[in-house]
Design a protein around this ligand. Structure first.
Ligand SMILES: C[S@@+](CC[C@H](N)C(=O)[O-])C[C@H]1O[C@@H](n2cnc3c(N)ncnc32)[C@H](O)[C@@H]1O
Ligand SMILES: [Zn+2]
Length: 276
C-alpha cells in the first residue's frame, strides 16, 4: 500500500486520504494523525456511543493473555485456510490483533487492514505487527474506498451488514467466525444455573443483506485451561463477565483446571448472484 493510494477515506467527507509524513489529509483539509504506536484514529466523535467505545483495557489484556496461550490457534488456522492469498483484507473488530497478525503472516502478499472501535484494542494490536494498517474506526462505516476490499473478516464481532456492503468488492468474500452451540459449555455450566445450547448463526442476517453462504466449516476440539489466571483471562474476554454474579466467579476461580469444548463455526459469503 503506497501513501498516495492508501485506499483510506476521510470519515467526514469520504474523499481519499493522502499521507503527508505522519499526517493524513483529504482534499477538504480534514486531517488525522498517525499515533506514536502506529495506528490512525479515524473514529469521529459522533460515531461514539460512549467516551471509550468497544473493549476496555482490562478486556484487551485478558484477551491477549488468553490468546497467547495458543489454545485458539486452531480457529486462527481454520480462518487462514479459508482466505485467498492476496488482495486487500479488512478485519472488522480485529481486537488486539491476534488473528489479524497470524493471517498477515500466512498471506504476506496481501494488504491487511485491522479496524476496531476500541483504542485500547488497537494499541495492543500495534504491538503485534508493524506490517498491518491499524485503524481506530467504526465497522458500521469502514473508512475505505467503496468496493475495494477483497476479503472481509468478522470474527466474534457484531455483524454490521451496511459496513460490509460498502467496503466489499464485487467478487469479494466475507468470512464470519462465531460461536457454535457447545462453545465453552463447561465454563458456562460453572457460572450459570440454566445453560442452553446456544450459538450465533449469521446466515439469515447476511442473506437479508444481499449475501449468500458458499461455505460453512465447523471447528470443534477440547482444550484444558489451567485454573487461576488463565481461566480468569478466558472468562474476562467473554461477554459472560458482564452477566455473572461475583460468587460464581469465585467458583470458577476454585477449580484447578477446566477441560472445555471449543465449538466455532466459520462461514464464507459472497454477494448474491442474480439467478434470473
Ligand atoms: C469479542 S471482541 C473480538 C475481537 C477479535 N476479533 C478477536 O476475536 O480476538 C469484539 C470486538 O469488536 C469491537 N467492536 C464492537 N463494536 C464495534 C464497531 N461498531 N466497530 C468496530 N469494532 C467494534 C470491540 O471493541 C472488540 O474488540
Ligand atoms: Zn474530509
Amino acid at each position: 500500500m503506497t501513501d498516495s493510494a492508501s485506499g483510506l477515506i476521510c470519515p467526514k467527507c469520504e474523499q481519499p486520504l493522502i499521507a503527508n509524513g505522519k499526517q493524513w489529509q483529504c482534499p477538504n483539509r480534514h486531517s488525522y494523525d498517525t499515533a506514536k504506536q502506529g495506528y490512525i484514529n479515524l473514529l469521529l466523535v459522533n460515531q461514539k456511543k460512549s467516551k471509550n467505545p468497544g473493549d476496555d483495557a482490562d478486556m484487551v489484556r485478558a484477551r491477549t493473555d488468553f490468546l497467547d496461550t495458543g489454545i485458539y490457534a486452531p480457529i486462527s488456522d481454520a480462518l487462514n485456510a479459508m482466505v485467498a492469498a492476496d488482495g486487500v483484507i479488512l478485519d472488522i473488530g480485529c481486537g488486539e490483533g491476534y488473528y489479524t497478525e497470524r493471517l498477515q503472516t500466512h498471506v504476506p502478499q496481501a494488504s491487511v487492514i485491522g479496524l476496531d472501535i476500541s483504542r485500547e484494542a488497537i494499541k495492543g494490536a500495534c504491538r503485534r505487527s508493524k506490517d498491518i494498517t491499524w485503524l481506530v474506526a467504526s465497522g458500521a462505516r469502514p473508512p475505505v474506498s467503496a468496493g475495494t476490499v477483497d476479503t472481509i473478516i468478522s470474527l466474534f464481532t457484531p455483524l454490521m451488514p451496511p459496513g460490509l456492503n460498502h467496503a466489499l468488492s464485487d467478487k469479494g468474500e466475507i468470512i464470519t467466525v462465531n460461536t457454535g452451540p457447545r462453545h465453552l459449555m463447561q465454563l458456562r455450566e460453572l457460572i450459570y444455573d440454566d445453560v442452553r445450547n446456544e450459538g450465533f448463526v449469521p446466515t439469515a442476517k447476511m442473506v437479508d443483506a444481499g449475501f449468500e453462504c458458499i461455505e460453512e466449516r465447523v471447528v470443534t476440539y477440547t482444550a484444558t485451561v489451567a485454573g487461576g489466571e488463565p481461566l480468569l483471562a478466558l472468562f474476562n474476554m467473554t461477554p459472560h463477565r458482564w452477566k455473572v454474579k461475583p460468587e460464581r466467579v469465585e467458583k470458577l476461580l476454585s477449580v484447578d483446571s477446566l477441560t472445555l469444548e471449543i465449538d466455532v463455526v466459520l462461514h464464507r459469503f459472497r454477494r448474491q448472484t442474480d439467478t434470473q
